[in-house]
Design a protein around this ligand. Structure first.
Ligand SMILES: Cc1ncc(COP(=O)(O)O)c(C=O)c1O
Length: 474
């Protein structure tokens, strides 16, 4: 058995570190070892419990109701507020969209109005549930354009959405006018607070100037907030809140017309591990309201120091002044963000490249968590060194012939062999068995993908995933 566990550790050594504050995307680290330990113990204790039937595992129902109550209090939910614990932000959003659609069976061609910065999970929901996305460009400040969104609402609209904050730029949309416009048309308004929902209320309490976005805003009908982000719980936990039980009703699914047990589900999963829920309950209880206020103060102070330090790096500028703990950085053209990301990785820091979009250049995304706050100065030293190296190297140049070729490619016309060739040319077609799937440095790959239109990027990456996800057989 110890061999198997040793092998797990060996495999994990190739992953990004989840703790220590040097991974500025994907993971959220409170830096509180005791809370982490409690979460690990709880997840192990409840890993085999099944949320399928709340009468069989009443402990899970109790924990879910308590967590939903805490979230409702945090987000100014009226006494009518109800909610569900889901597996993550995407599931919460999928359910918000499905519920909005199913509340209007009379609308044959349901649509939803989304700012262009909304998380891609809404587009996934559109794809899964056949709800037509009406994507409205954001304003020059990267915040949703409330007037344009209001104008986009029509008789087919079942949902309007806004972010608090957006993932890509960390800014909060003008929720009040958006929700008012939705309410005036009798349309639901969902606020995606998956990433900021557990920080922004504490920021507001501490006196930071933020637009209103919670249930305090009339017309907000549902909010998603992830526990596995800024509540610092183990992965697999998010909350979807609805203002009233009636708004939530279409989310539930029951099936009695088959020979087995009556299936009765509140979320997309049926069998649901109690592990992530119990871990979330245990971490949220152990950190507590005061603990979260302190963690939010820590990370927001870290953000202030980060922004002040970034202002001293002439080659970089923030894309939009963030309202929360996420920031996007562009370069002045003397170096490229892809090389900076590679240099940071070599120095032990992970920062996430975001590719060019809607005429805006590629940029670097940083998500700060509390554990990074203590290392901001160290991060800035590493970032300055990475920028110097990237400037000395100069921006990655894609051969103009290759660039023209990539720009002209039509994804629908490409065969499997074409994708094999493209992946090989991009250095993305290593030998998975030998563990050499990706090159050490990603700058060239990213620079090439950056030239491709979004539809081609999607097609290339799906082809890549298709080749990665192949069974390992004896
Ligand atoms: C604003 C926002 N919404 C939704 C999601 C999706 O959450 P998940 O990755 O937990 O499915 C994220 C993830 O970062 C996010 O930042």
């Amino acid at each position: 058995m110890s061999d198997v566990l040793a092998r797990l550790e060996e495999m994990r050594a190739h992953d990004l570190p989840t703790h220590g504050g040097r991974t500025l995307a994907y993971v959220y680290d409170s830096g509180l070892e005791e809370a982490d330990e409690i979460g690990r113990t709880a997840i192990a204790a409840f890993a085999s419990s099944n949320g399928l039937d709340p009468t069989a595992f009443p402990s899970l129902l109790q924990m879910e109701n308590e967590l939903v109550g805490i979230a409702a209090d945090l987000l100014d939910g009226p006494p009518t507020t109800v909610g569900s614990v889901t597996s993550g932000g995407t599931e919460s959003i999928l359910l918000a969209v499905q519920t909005a659609r199913d509340a209007h069976p009379e609308i044959a061609d349901p649509s939803m109005v989304l700012p262009s910065t909304i998380h891609a999970a809404f587009l996934k929901a559109a794809h899964y549930f056949g709800v037509r996305p009406v994507v409205v460009p954001v304003g020059p400040d990267y915040r949703a354009d409330a007037d344009a969104m209001a104008a986009a609402i029509d008789d087919t609209t079942v949902l309007v959405a806004a972010s608090a904050p957006s993932y890509a730029h960390g800014v909060v949309d003008p929720v009040a006018p958006i929700a008012a416009a939705a309410a005036a048309r009798g349309v639901r308004c969902h606020v995606d607070a998956c990433i900021g929902g557990w920080v922004l209320p504490y920021a507001a309490r501490a006196g930071r100037d933020l637009p209103a976005w919670t249930f305090d805003v009339d017309g907000v009908t549902s909010i998603s907030v992830d526990l596995h982000k800024y509540a610092y719980t183990p992965k697999g936990a998010s909350i979807l809140l609805h203002r009233t039980p009636a708004l939530r009703r279409p989310q539930f699914f029951a099936r009695a017309d088959w020979p087995g047990y009556t299936m009765l589900n509140s979320t997309t999963q049926s069998t649901r591990s109690g592990g992530p829920l119990a871990a979330a309950w245990a971490v949220v209880r152990s950190i507590g309201d005061g603990g979260y206020a302190a963690l939010a103060a820590e990370v927001l102070d870290g953000m202030d120091r980060l922004l002040a330090g970034l202002a001293e790096v002439p080659a970089l500028h923030v894309v939009a002044q963030p309202d929360s703990t996420l920031v996007a950085l562009e370069t002045d053209g003397s170096c490229d963000v892809f090389t900076i990301a590679d240099e940071m990785k070599s120095a032990g820091w992970y920062v996430q490249p975001q590719l060019a979009h809607a005429g805006h250049p590629p940029n670097l995304h940083l998500t700060l968590s509390a554990a990074t706050a203590a290392h901001v100065e160290e991060f800035l030293v590493a970032l300055r060194a990475a920028v110097d190296k990237a400037t000395a190297a100069g921006p990655v140049v894609v051969d103009p012939g290759v660039a023209d070729f990539v720009r002209a490619l039509e994804p629908a016309a490409l065969s499997d062999e074409d994708f094999d060739g493209l992946l090989a040319a991009a250095g993305m077609a290593g030998d998975p068995a030998a563990g050499t799937v990706l090159p050490e440095r990603m700058a060239e790959v990213n620079a090439l993908l950056d030239l491709a239109a979004p539809a081609l990027r999607e097609a290339i990456l799906i082809a890549f995933l298709d080749r990665l996800a192949r069974p390992t057989r004896a």
